[in-house]
Design a protein around this ligand. Structure first.
Ligand SMILES: NC(=O)c1ccc[n+]([C@@H]2O[C@H](COP(=O)([O-])OP(=O)(O)OC[C@H]3O[C@@H](n4cnc5c(N)ncnc54)[C@H](O)[C@@H]3O)[C@@H](O)[C@H]2O)c1
Length: 261
C-alpha cells in the first residue's frame, strides 16, 4: 500500500491546537464557523462590530476552548493591523483566517448612491484583501496557513438588489485565486465558501421582498433555504489538513441554487 494512504487518519480533519481568526464570528454564519472550529479543537480570535458576545463566548468556552474578542471596524487600516498584532500577542500564531464579515445596502440600481457603493466594497472586497494580505505575511513566516474567504451564490449570479454586493462577492473569488497563486508556494491554501441563502440580517431585504423570496426559493432544488449547521463541516474541512491539496477554489454550499437555470 502507498505510504500516504497508510498515514491517513480522521485526525486530518482535526483543528486541535490551531488558532483561528473569524471576522464577524459572533453573529449568524460567522458564529457557525467559530463554533465549528471550537468543536474541532481550535481556539478563536474574533474581530467583532457592535453585537453582543455572550452567546458566542459561552458556546466556545463550553467546548473547553479559549476565545479573545476585539471590537472595531474592518474598513479601518489601523484596526486591521491591531487584529493581527493582538492575535499574535494573545496566541503567538495565526493558523486560520476566515474573512466572513460582510454587508449589503439594498436599493434600485439607478438610485444607488456612490457612498453606499463604497461602503459595501470597502468591507466586502477591500477589507478581505487587506486583512488577508496582513495575515498572509504572518503565515509566510510560519510556513503554513489556511485562508477562507466568504463569497456567495452572488459570486456567480446577480439579483438586482445590491450592485456592490454582487460585484464585491465576484471579486472575492478573484482574491481567492490570486492569493492561492501568490501564497501557494509558502504552503498556504486560500479557498472560498459560497453560501446560498440563509435567513440572516444580511439578506433581510430579500426575505421581505415576497416575489424575490419566492423566485429564489423556486430555484432551490430542495425548495428550502439553508440552516446554519450546513456550513460548519465545509468550514472545518477547508481549515484542516484534509484539504491541503485544494487551493484557489470555491465550495458552494447553496442547496444546488447555482446549478439550476
Ligand atoms: N446569510 C446569507 O444567506 C449569506 C449568503 C451568502 C453569503 N453570506 C455572507 O456571509 C457573511 C456573514 O453574513 P451573515 O448572513 O452571517 O450576516 P451578519 O450580518 O450576521 O454578518 C455580518 C458580520 O459582519 C460584521 N460587520 C459588518 N460591518 C462591519 C465592519 N465595518 N467591520 C467589521 N465587521 C463588520 C457584522 O457585525 C456581522 O458580525 C457575509 O460576508 C455575507 O455576505 C451570507
Amino acid at each position: 500500500m502507498d505510504a500516504n494512504i497508510k498515514r491517513f487518519s480522521m485526525d486530518y480533519f482535526s483543528l486541535k491546537g490551531k488558532i483561528a481568526i473569524v471576522t464577524g464570528g459572533n453573529t449568524n454564519l460567522g458564529m457557525s464557523y467559530a463554533i465549528a472550529f471550537a468543536k474541532a479543537g481550535a481556539d478563536l480570535f474574533i474581530p467583532y462590530f457592535l453585537e453582543d458576545l455572550s452567546e458566542t463566548r459561552e458556546a466556545i468556552e463550553s467546548e473547553g476552548r479559549r476565545v479573545v474578542f476585539l471590537k472595531g471596524d474592518l474598513t479601518d487600516r489601523q484596526y486591521r493591523k491591531d487584529v493581527v498584532e493582538t492575535c499574535l500577542k494573545e496566541y503567538g500564531k495565526i493558523d486560520i483566517l476566515v474573512n466572513n464579515a460582510g454587508m449589503g445596502v439594498f436599493a434600485d440600481f439607478l438610485d444607488y448612491s456612490d457612498e453606499d457603493y463604497e461602503k459595501v466594497m470597502n468591507l466586502n472586497l477591500n477589507a478581505v484583501y487587506y486583512l488577508g494580505h496582513e495575515v498572509g505575511k504572518v503565515m509566510v513566516k510560519q510556513g503554513y496557513g489556511k485562508i477562507i474567504n466568504i463569497g456567495s451564490a452572488l459570486s456567480y449570479t446577480a439579483d438586482g438588489q445590491c450592485p456592490p454586493y454582487v460585484i464585491s462577492k465576484h471579486g472575492v473569488i478573484g482574491i481567492t485565486r490570486d492569493f492561492a497563486n501568490e501564497l501557494g508556494k509558502y504552503n498556504i491554501q486560500t479557498n472560498a465558501i459560497c453560501p446560498g441563502f440563509f435567513a440572516t440580517d444580511v439578506n433581510k431585504a430579500v426575505q421581505d421582498n415576497k416575489p424575490l423570496f419566492e423566485k429564489i426559493s423556486s430555484r432551490l432544488p430542495g425548495g428550502n433555504w439553508g440552516t446554519l449547521d450546513s456550513l460548519m463541516g465545509t468550514a472545518i474541512f477547508l481549515a484542516s489538513k484534509a484539504s491541503d491539496y485544494i487551493n484557489g477554489w470555491n465550495i458552494s454550499v447553496d442547496g444546488g441554487f447555482t446549478t439550476i437555470l
